[in-house]
Design a protein around this ligand. Sequence first.
Ligand SMILES: Cc1cc2nc3c(=O)[nH]c(=O)nc-3n(C[C@H](O)[C@H](O)[C@H](O)COP(=O)(O)O)c2cc1C
Length: 253
Amino acid sequence: MAGADDTGSKQRLELSRRRAMFRRGVRYVDLDQLQARVFLTTFRVHLRVVSMRAVRVAIVDPYEEALNRFEQLIQTAKKTEVRAPLTMTLATADHRCRPSVRTVVVKHFDRRGFVFLTHCGSRKGVQLAENPFAALCFYFQPLLEQVTIEGPVGVVESEETDGYWAGRARDAQFAAWASRQSEPLDHRTTLTKRLSEFQKQFADQRVPRPSEWIGYRIVPERIEFWRAGWRHLHERVCYTKTPAGWRVELLCP
Ligand SMILES: Cc1cc2nc3c(=O)[nH]c(=O)nc-3n(C[C@H](O)[C@H](O)[C@H](O)COP(=O)(O)O)c2cc1C
């Protein structure tokens, strides 16, 4: 009981000390309470930051961000002397992993991927059948910007491909009929003869899509933006698809 008395008298002493200080205008600061308040405030701020980050991750999907960035770049490039910004270098590789490149035009791109049209019996068509992966490269010279995209390749559904085919110039449609793309050609006249045959065959009517001309879609798994930087400290931002979702990181130039 002596201990309880001691505690009681200590508390009374402390109380009268605080009252005396209060009368003298000294506002008593309880350090424990202050510490608890600081902790709570910090914790609340921390929670707010964490939840804002979660919201940002939920709202700003990195893949969407990459596609928007690409779209903006295309719009900017259109304002420069670049004539066809959706022209890209397409790399494929054969079954022995030997690479080859050529230029093709992107007909459409969205979340599903980047579509181009070609002859399935062409060199690239054969390679894509053997090894359905590709890499793309866009270079916007006036902007000193480059975009590279890599991923697996699939064949686009015929109805959708028909839509892109319909958007081709009539001359380009006839040329596609006339050309057995990538096959050896004995003479130019063989090609021009074939062209006039098809021009006759489809005169005054819509040119149908040859069954060999198909759409391929590259489904991005990696998208990298490169921008020329001051003193060669170029900027590289890489979006990569991972099992946990899309990851964004800077890369050394
Ligand atoms: C500006 C430009 C755009 C081209 N666009 C296409 C295209 O969209 N599709 C296509 O099959 N070939 C296109 N070509 C031709 C290809 O570069 C290539 O010569 C052809 O497809 C045969 O390639 P391969 O033998 O590697 O299959 C284009 C060429 C240039 C220079």
